[in-house]
Every structure is written in C-alpha cells, then in structure tokens.
Design a protein around this ligand. Sequence first.
Ligand SMILES: [Zn+2]
Length: 449
Amino acid sequence: MNDSRETLEGASALALPGAGRYALRRTRVLGRTLGAPSGPLDADGFGLVDILVDEGAIAKIAPAGAIDFGAMPEVAMAGRIALPLFVDVHTHIDKGHIWRRKRNRVGDFRSALAAVIEDRAANWTAPDVAARMEFSLRAAYAHGTAALRTHIDSVGAQTRISWPVFAEARERWRGRIELQASPLFSIEFALDDSHMADIEAMLDAHGTGILGAVTYMVPRLHEGLTRLFALAERKGWELDFHVDESADPAARSLKAVADMAIERRFSHRILAGHCCSLALQEEDERRTTIDAVARAGVSVVSLPMCNMFLQDRETGRTPRWRGVTALHELKRAGVHVMIASDNTRDPFYPYGDLDMMETWREGVRILHLDYPFADWAPAVSAFPAQAMGLDLGVLRQGGPADMILTRARDFTELLARPQSDRIVVRHGKASSARPPDYAELDALFGLAP
Ligand SMILES: [Zn+2]
C-alpha cells in the first residue's frame, strides 16, 4: 500500500464514501476519546483502530487489523488522527463580529465593556443579533463544533430582543449544533425585582435551563448570589457564572460562589468561567478556594485567548502574565476543567472564529496543556460535553459517525498546524461547510466592500 499518497488525499471531501458502509483503516484515536478500551496506546495516548461506518453511524471500533469487516470501500488512514467533534461551552454569539463598527480603542477590559454597552444600545436589533449569531454558528459548524453554549447580554430592553432570536437560532440549528444559553448581567442586577422578572420570563419562554451572571466584588455580592441560587433552585436550573475576570487578587467571588453552593447543597451543575484572579492570589488562599470549588462540584472553564488579550494590558508595557486561571491546580484537586472560545471579533477579543481547534492549539501553548497531552485533549470535547450534560465528545460504537479527520499522526503534527485541511465528518459524510465570507456582514455595518 502506498501510504503517503493514498491516505488523506484519498479521503478528501470528494473521495470519502458519501454514505453506506465503509471502513477507516488504521486510524489513530485518543484512548480517552473512545467510549470503550480498544487495544494498546502509544506514548501520546493514541490507539490504532479500524472504524466501520455504516449509514451514518459508527458500527464498530476494533484494534487495527483485528477484525475482517469484509469487502467494502476503505479509507487508508495510515495512522492519521481522528478526533471527536468539538464542544464549545463558553461563547458570546450575540456580541460576536461587531468589531468593524465598534473597536476596543485601548485593548483592555474596561474599554471593551464600555464599547459593547454603546454598540448594544445603538445597534442590537433582532435582525442585527440574528445575522451575527448565524454568521458565528456557520463558522463553528464548518470548524467541527457539535455543541455550543452562549451567554446572552440580558439587561434592559435587550433581554426581550435577544432571547427570542436565540430560540429561533436554536431551532434552526437543531441536529447540527446543540445550543444552550445563559443570561449575562452584572450580579447587582439580581437585586432588581423587575430585572429578575424579565429574566425569569425570558428563560421560561426561550431558555435552556441555565441561569447566570457576572460575579465580582460588590458590597451586596452575597445577597445577589442568594437571589440567583434561590431562583435556580426553585426552577431546577443550572448556573453559569463569569467569575473574577480580573488581575486583582482581591477579586474573590469564586470562593463566594463555591461556599454558597456548599451551604445550600445546590444540586444542579455550576460552571464558573475565567476565574483569572485565582492565579494571582497567595498560595494559601488559592488552595483554600480551590478546595471549596472542588467540594462544591463547581466546574471551571478557562478562556485562554480572550484572557491573554485583555489581562495584564497596559499601553507601552509588556505583559508579564498570560491572564489565565490556575487550571492545573484546579484539575489536580479534582475540579472538572475545560477551555472554550469566549469572544469572537468584538471589543473583548478582536480575533477568533469559534474554531475549537484554534482554542485547543492556543490553550496548549498558553496553559501548558501538553504534559501529558492526552489528559488535556478532552478539555475541548468530552469535558465540556459533560458540563453541558450532553453525550458528546467521544467516539463510540453505535454513536453517530461524527468526527474530524486530520493528517496528523502525533500531537505535535496535530498542534503545529491549524488543521485547515481537516475533514469534518457528520453522520458519515464529509461536510462541505466552510466559514462564511466576512463580506456577508458588510450590510450590517453600512459599509461598502
Ligand atoms: Zn465570556
């Protein structure tokens, strides 16, 4: 067999069998992403398997060469890596792609927030939000994402504009990307009865059972959290917070969230995003907080690209800190950890494309998610799937033939390149979806091409 020419060139979008039964021969799959053990693993944690695809499902996964599947079309993977589809648990598809009309003038958090508030008030009509959400989802889909959670700016009149738009998008994308959403507002708004009545009404009508807010050190933090926890308990909702997105070690709202979850014996999932200041606290304090987070069963998602962009930024001074939380220490303590995209081409982050391959590559570099590589690989698939309560992020017999085929054979080949030539396979077929053209957004901004 002439491996070098016959492999993924043969498995290009045109050559991958369109349907029916076919076999992916000698495919490298991370042992941790398999639903069941299948043969010995190499130094990076990959096993070598044959995958039988039948009518859009994975009919069989077996150690390479162990089973004769009989005569059928074959794709000679020759040790190339197949990944499960990605899960992106923390995004902002309601504010994505506004950069061309609303820049972040300075590049820091404060100016990002001010810019978004201005743009939201001026421009976020239902058609505007819908068009940008659709653009984001088309990009995420093309890059191989199977499920995505977004935060929805939910203050004032915006709440009743954005939630119906999200619900429509969720219906439209059903079967392609599983969508969840959490409301986003500063914790002080939880003290406002009319605000909370709006939130409850919109979540009842259009939500996905997740309540959330931005937590930071305000005098009435405990009272605000109490209100949110109480509402979530009454409704049976999960919680998803933006926590301590700050370089100030005195930002300690993560501890407040964990303590309250313990004290109230909160029984639904809680996800805490960012938690940046935890990395800058004194060792003892950090350890105490991490213990509480572990005991409370709070999961933590780090947003490495956005954190590195916004944190430790001062004009004329080189950053000394990468902006990310103490993810290794959290994981070692038994906390369920993961990474996600966060913002996309908006004042909080001018780059990104909801490509979890990029988030993974950057996450590995920024957070050292490579020793061992296999332990952290599920941080973009199986771990966030668990946090979303979804049975995704693994390749298993009987499951859908949804996967990403690459040319890489080990983790450096996988992470050295952006995997622009990856083949996203959905229900056994190579997807022809590509990220949308930026020019499609021109009309929203009243810009000439
Ligand atoms: Zn965020």
